[in-house]
Each structure stands twice: as structure tokens, then as C-alpha cells.
Design a protein around this ligand. Structure first.
Ligand code: SF4
Length: 506
């Protein structure tokens, strides 16, 4: 019996089902965050959009719910309460939340998208993890199907093994791994999903899968796909379909490296020619060595010219320590990362019209990798200090503890050995970077008196309102006033915190 159940489990995992047109299907988006791809609000990821387009082929109506809708329904009987601190667990509601009881009672199949592989802190959302999701859906009487990156494990916090994914607690587990030939159509018909969302969303666009590097030992991206790219025509058609549904904010972010895409400069040029009135056009994820390649300057110049200001090349540096770089097969050495940071500064740091430089590097640092020692922190500080002392700008330094996923070389070679060994230093190491690098860097980036335009208010914390510009890694601004949410303001920078600024309305 067990063997039979396992065969059925594997069959379901690798085969997309065919549906009868009378089934009522609901997509439950618990949000996704992967090294290559973000689907946490205000971003709308590819998983629900492609799935919607695929289901649309056979169904008239597909309901889209967020985990926030379900939390509000279960914990607050669907009533939104005014609180001093905005509840980010119920902030991202769809238009369907007032009808959720009816939707769920009529649903035959609930397809649940879950998966956080690159955990972070989110200003106005909290992704669901398997443990929470299982609890929330247990009383819903329908078939429950799990999909999304959680199939490879999921973790809301770094520094841990993946959340023990008891996949068999769901009725089915399915990997909707659509080939790009199918995505072409699904992405276009899936664009109308945004009609069910009352708020704005930044659309995370996919340009490629897999990775051109040797494959970093901790990363799940090379496990998921070999290297492949989407056709420019298909990306543009998807953007046009989105635009027709009212979307004006886009990020070309679902890929390991934007510079690796064939002809990314041409892609940007065509987007600008063919789609007017784009409010945000940003990118994400860059392998530093690609910036220094023979076509690197051409691509950087195209990004500066065609994208909107406040754009960031998130460099997966991970560590400046040569011992870690070698042991973990990382894509670049410290010198290369430094030179790439310098080159993006030379070509991109000119001030944009929203008060932020047009295009800057960001740095990702990971703690807990193989061969990590006290020396690693010294190397990180040495290079970060050099970046600062050379007068360069870095928009943000993202420091995380690695999440150890099964199937990765990190999992096989040492698991969480280094996390356990060095955990006691992490607060100190992180704080050293925050105090000695981040803080003065932020003062250099946006000195007191700078004007930041188009800050959208997102959450309240007591009498302080927090907002951000729309885009890739926008700077959080705290305003000491209770302002209406979801409105735009121009802000004058009054003071600096470690990673955010205090501002007043202009
Ligand atoms: S460069 Fe490394 S971390 Fe980035 S996607 Fe490739 S394998 Fe993953």
C-alpha cells in the first residue's frame, strides 16, 4: 500500500492534471521568495499568474485568494480592525475577501502556493509557511493541492534547516513546471488575475531559469532548472497584457543574472518602444563578473537609459572571504565583486528625478557557509571598508543566515555545522556592518535635506507612518505623523537610522 501511495505521489508531482470544466478552482497565494524571483506583496510572483493562465484554458472562473484573506476570515471573522500598528498578516487582501466563505464552500480544489527560499523581512506582508498553512486550511472541505518552491522545502528564517515539509499532509503535491513554450500563452491569459487585487502590484517578470555559474553550493536554482531563457517577444506580450489590465510597475527579476540574458539591452529598448506610461522598470540579480564582461558596459548603459531611477543590481557576493568563495563554489572572487561595484557606480550613480541615483549596486552577504570563521568577517569588513573609503555608493547590504535545503551541496557537505559553530557571532558581525558601513553609507547616499519623491505610505506603527518608493529594494522612510495609507508624498530627509531614514512631508 505504501509503495502504491508513493508511486501516486510521484506521479502527481511530475504530471499536470487535466480538469473537468465544471470544477471550481481557487488559488491560495501564500507568497514566494526565492534567490531568483520575488512574489511577496507588493510584488506579484509568476506562480499564481502562470497557474491562473493554465487553469483559464478550461475554466471560466478561477478565484484568487491570498493567505491574508484566509487569516482575516479565520482569526477576525472577515472584519478589518483599525489598530495602532498595521497588521501585515492581513494587509494584502483581494477583492474576494468579503465573499470568502462562499468561495471556499464552493471550491472543489484549492491550489496552495507556498515557498520561501530567500527569507527576508517584509514591510507590509508576511508569507505563509507550511506549518501555518496546514493549520489554516485544515477545516476547508475540498481537495488541497500544494505547489510552489515549498516542494524543495521552505523557511521563513535563515539559519535553519528547511521547514520539515510533511508534503503528504496535503491531498496532492504538484509541480507546475511549465516549459517556456507554454508559459508564453499562460502568462498572457494569466494577466487578468490582477483584476482580483485592489491594490497596485509590481509584476515580477521571468527572463530565464537556471544559472550560468558553476553553481553555488547553497543555492536551489541550479537544482530546479538547466539554463534557459524566455523569448523577448513573450516577455513583451506578457507586459502588454499586464499593462492592458492597468499595471504600470515591472521588475525583470526572475532570473539568476539579468546580464546573462541574450541581448538584455535590446529587450529594454523594445519594452520602452512598445509599452508607454511605465511607472517603474527595474531589474534584479546580477552576477558581478558579468558587469565586467565585454558586453557589460553596453548593458549597464542600457539599464541606466531605459530603466527608472532607484534601480539596483543585487550582487550575490555572499562573502569576500577567499576560503568561503572556494569551499562554496561562489561565482566571483572579492576583487571581481569590488570592480563590478565600482563600474556600476561609474555608469549609474547619477541622480535620478525621484531623488535616488539611477542605478546602484546592492550586496548580498550570507552567514553560515562552509569554511566560515572569524577571518571571514575580517575579510568582509576589509572589502566593505574599501568600498566606502573609495567613495563608492551601495544602496543596501542584505545580510542573511543561509537556509540549508536538501539536495544542495551545502546540505550534503556540512549541513548547518557552520551556522551552529558561528551563530553566537552573527549579531555582532551584522551590527558591525550596520554601524560601520551601512550607516555612513546611507548618509552619503541621501544626506539630510535630500528630497525623495513618490514615497507611498504603507504601514503605521503607532503615530509613525512608514512608506517607500515603488521598486527594487526601496529605502524605508519613517514619518512621525499618522498619514493616510496608500498615498504618495514627497519627503525631505531629516535624519538617518541604520537602514532607513526619518523624513518630513514636503
Ligand atoms: S550565482 Fe549562485 S546564488 Fe546566484 S543563482 Fe547562480 S548558483 Fe544561485
Amino acid at each position: 500500500m505504501r509503495a502504491l501511495a508513493f508511486i501516486k505521489f510521484l506521479h502527481n508531482l511530475f504530471n499536470t492534471p487535466s480538469y473537468s470544466g465544471t470544477m471550481a478552482i481557487t488559488i491560495l497565494d501564500c507568497y514566494t521568495d526565492e534567490p531568483a524571483g520575488l512574489g511577496v506583496p507588493p510584488y506579484l510572483g509568476t506562480y499564481p499568474r502562470y497557474l491562473y493562465g493554465y487553469l483559464k484554458e478550461e475554466h471560466e472562473t478561477i478565484n484568487y485568494l491570498t493567505i491574508d484573506d484566509l487569516r482575516l476570515h479565520i482569526f477576525y471573522q472577515g472584519k478589518i480592525k483599525e489598530k495602532a500598528q498595521t497588521d501585515i498578516k492581513t494587509y494584502n487582501l483581494t477583492k474576494n475577501y468579503p465573499h470568502i466563505s462562499k468561495i471556499l464552500s464552493e471550491t472543489n480544489e484549492l491550489i496552495i502556493i507556498v515557498g520561501v527560499h530567500a527569507p527576508g523581512k517584509y514591510l507590509s506582508a508576511l508569507p505563509g509557511i507550511l506549518h501555518e498553512v496546514l493549520r489554516l486550511v485544515k477545516d476547508i472541505k475540498c481537495k488541497k493541492v500544494l505547489t510552489g518552491p515549498a516542494l524543495y522545502g521552505t523557511s521563513l528564517e535563515g539559519g535553519k534547516f528547511f521547514e520539515k515539509a510533511d508534503l503528504q499532509k496535503f491531498d496532492e503535491v504538484r509541480n507546475y513546471n511549465f516549459p517556456f513554450a507554454k508559459v508564453a500563452g499562460y502568462a498572457v491569459s494569466g494577466a487578468e488575475l490582477v483584476k482580483q487585487i485592489p491594490d497596485y502590484r509590481i509584476i515580477e517578470l521571468e527572463t530565464g531559469r537556471g544559472c550560468s555559474s558553476k553553481g553555488c553550493n547553497f543555492c536551489t536554482e541550479p537544482l530546479k532548472s538547466r539554463l534557459m531563457f524566455r523569448r523577448k517577444e513573450d516577455i513583451i506580450l506578457e507586459m502588454k497584457a499586464m499593462h492592458e489590465n492597468g499595471v504600470v510597475d515591472f521588475r525583470l527579476g526572475k532570473q539568476a543574472c539579468f546580464y546573462t540574458y541574450p541581448g538584455p539591452d535590446k529587450l529594454l529598448e523594445r519594452i520602452r518602444e512598445e509599452i508607454k506610461d511605465i511607472r517603474t522598470l527595474h531589474i534584479d540579480n546580477v552576477i558581478p563578473s558579468m558587469v565586467l564582461s565585454s558586453r557589460g558596459d553596453r548593458i549597464t548603459e542600457a539599464i541606466v537609459k531605459h530603466c527608472t531611477p532607484g534601480n539596483i543590481a543585487a550582487f550575490g557576493v555572499e562573502s569576500f572571504d577567499p576560503a568561503i568563495i572556494e569551499a562554496n563554489n561562489l561565482a566571483c572572487d572579492a576583487e571581481t565583486s569590488f570592480e563590478a561595484i565600482k563600474r556600476v557606480n561609474e555608469l549609474g550613480r547619477e541622480m535620478g528625478k525621484n531623488g535616488m541615483p539611477k542605478y546602484l549596486p546592492g550586496i548580498n552577504i550570507l552567514f553560515g557557509l562552509e569554511a566560515e570563521s572569524k577571518q571571514s568577517q575580517e575579510e568582509n569588513m576589509k572589502w566593505l571598508k574599501k568600498i566606502y573609503d573609495d567613495g563608492l555608493l551601495v544602496r543596501r547590504i542584505n545580510i542573511r543566515q543561509v537556509a540549508v535545503f536538501p539536495g544542495t551541496k551545502l546540505y550534503e557537505r556540512c549541513g548547518n555545522k557552520y551556522l551552529r559553530k558561528n551563530k553566537r557571532y552573527y549579531w555582532k558581525w551584522r551590527n558591525e556592518i550596520r554601524q560601520k558601513i551601512d550607516f555612513p553609507m546611507l548618509r552619503r547616499l541621501v544626506p539630510k535635506g535630500s528630497i525623495l519623491k513618490g514615497i507611498r505610505t504603507e504601514v503605521h506603527d503607532g503615530n509613525t507612518t512608514f512608506g517607500r518608493q515603488i521598486g527594487s529594494y526601496p529605502l524605508s522612510v519613517g514619518i512621525k505623523k499618522k498619514l493616510p495609507l496608500k498615498k504618495f508624498y514627497d519627503i525631505k530627509v531629516e535624519d538617518h537610522m541604520l537602514r532607513s531614514v526619518v523624513g518630513s512631508i514636503q
